[in-house]
Design a protein around this ligand. Structure first.
Ligand code: UN1
Length: 500
């Protein structure tokens, strides 16, 4: 472990200052591969949120008046600093989250991409001009910032998802109060420092570390925070949605998936196995977009099982800082136990376990949270392991007889984030992209790997209709304002004086 990277105790970043929170409660942040303590994160209180909101409110008024291309310049600088620090950020990400270093570099790159992409938006932020029904009257709609916005980000993509939310919010002229996950606070600490160095005016971003039950609740309750953008678990998201609904607060939710790869009888099986391996076991399956079901045409099921098992043998598991490892640890003991519980449920339901199915706890795995990559076959679509999100390296093969059945099985879950089909038949490709009920569809690629300039999100239980990333993210952080300029010099009544 590189000691210089490790902080003793973290403090909040409020109104441009590093402030010790009004709490004596801290919780340890563990490296999930080694069990070592990286830092201690404060469990801030309502009073800390109050301070952050005050700072944000004052800052936002001025920030909104800065021309958007100038606001964007800060994001360019943020992107440049992230680029310079890509390696150290990636190492720290691996230490606190566990994902293997190659994937950590990919995640930091996703943040860099988002910085440059959203900086470009500073010279667009397109509105619309629309013809008026009246003579000598001009009509247009522009994107106005909403004011102070709250973002709540998860541990599985602690830097990328933070950039998906904070960068569009900032370029659009909002100020942000950010609660990062307590498991991965170092990424927030680093990003806040980068914002500071890039010259973001004080108060435009505020980081309050702490628990959802206290900091998150205080953010939701606060009337000044007019948007909550959340990525995380389904239960928490529903709870947030209920509370925000009562307060008529805009809320954007992204809450996971039960994503499937469909393998048709004409698929390139080598390619399909590569796609499944990467999507199911990359990030140890701890992605919202992870593949946790393989819906396979029964005529190629045997071959696919054989090839998948052989490919799984090549997965090296261990500390992500070791470049040779392909699969890292599970975030914490609770996650590990949840996965193990689902494997037991799968066995009780009658699914056939072909590989894995147990916690790895001897030798080099003893101090970390490792789970053996797991493959079930002969899974029925109504089994819990084929319906519920496991968030771990567990994949279930569900055999089907046709494309119609494959699509029906794919769409039978409550989630709708990502799906994929491997086939060489162009007709099946077009039918599938239309009928798969998910926000993201891949053809001849696995279920992960979304790019930041396209909308990210899903249908049904995955969210509530909003999207992260792409210009779609601007819809979350702006209000449409319609403006009419009447230059006729007389009273013109809409809908009435249109005949003259
Ligand atoms: C997530 O799992 O919450 O498409 C985000 C992907 C990544 C983002 C995943 N670009 O898998």
């Amino acid at each position: 472990m590189v000691n210089t990277m490790v902080k003793e105790k973290l403090v909040n970043f409020i109104n441009g200052e590093w402030v010790t929170p009004e709490t004596s409660r801290y919780t340890a942040v563990m490296n999930p591969a080694t069990g070592e303590t990286i830092t201690e994160v404060p469990l801030s209180t309502k009073a800390d949120v109050e301070r952050a909101v005050e700072g944000a409110k004052a800052a936002q008024k001025t920030w909104a008046l800065v021309p958007a291309p100038q606001r964007a310049e800060v994001l360019y600088r943020v992107g440049m600093i992230m680029k310079e620090r890509k390696e150290s950020l990636s190492q720290m990400l691996t230490m606190e989250n566990g994902k293997v270093i190659e994937e950590a570099r990919g995640e930091v790159q996703e943040g860099i991409d988002m910085a440059f992409y959203m900086a470009g938006e500073g010279r667009r932020l397109f509105g619309q001009t629309t013809p008026s029904e009246l003579k000598n009257k001009f009509a247009m709609s522009v994107r106005a910032p909403v004011g102070v916005v709250g973002i709540i980000t998860p541990w599985n993509f602690p830097i990328a998802i933070a950039t998906w939310k904070s960068f569009p919010a900032i370029v659009a002229g909002n100020a942000v109060v950010w609660k990062p996950a307590t498991e991965t606070p170092m990424m927030a600490y680093e990003l806040a420092q980068i914002f500071e160095e890039a010259g973001l005016p004080k108060g435009v971003i505020n980081v309050v570390f702490g628990a959802g039950s206290e900091v998150g609740e205080a953010m939701i309750d606060h009337d000044t925070i007019r948007v909550i953008s959340f990525t995380g678990s389904n239960d928490t998201g529903r709870n947030i949605a209920g509370k925000c609904g009562q307060k008529l607060k805009k809320v954007s939710l992204e809450m996971g998936g039960k994503n499937a790869v469909i393998v048709m009888d004409d698929a390139d099986l080598k390619l399909a196995v590569d796609g499944i391996l990467w999507s199911a076991f990359g990030t140890s399956g701890q992605r919202c977009t992870a593949c946790s079901r393989v819906i396979v045409h029964e005529s190629v099921k045997g071959q696919l099982e054989e090839r998948l098992l052989a490919a799984m043998e090549t997965l090296t598991i261990g500390d992500g800082l070791d470049e040779s490892n392909k699969v890292g640890p599970i975030i914490n003991k609770a996650g590990l136990e949840k996965i193990d519980e689902y494997v037991k449920i799968g066995q009780e339901e009658g699914a056939k376990l072909l590989a894995g199915g147990h916690i790895l706890n001897d030798g080099k795995y003893a101090e970390g949270n490792f789970y053996a990559p797991t493959l079930f076959t002969d899974v029925r679509s109504d089994m819990r392991i084929a319906q519920e999100e496991i968030f771990g390296p567990v994949v279930s093969l569900v055999p089907v007889k046709s494309l119609e059945e494959a699509i029906e099985v794919n769409n039978s879950v409550t989630y709708g984030l990502s799906s994929s089909i491997f086939t060489q038949d162009v007709n099946q490709v077009f039918a599938a992209q239309r009928d798969l009920d998910t926000g993201i569809v891949y053809v001849n690629a696995g279920t992960i790997g979304a790019e930041i300039h396209l909308p990210f999100g899903g249908t049904k239980g995955t969210g509530n209709g909003h999207r992260d990333s792409g210009t779609a993210a601007l819809d979350v952080f702006t209000e449409w304002k319609s403006i009419y300029v009447d230059f006729s010099g007389k009273l013109q009544r809409a809908q009435i004086d249109t005949e003259e």
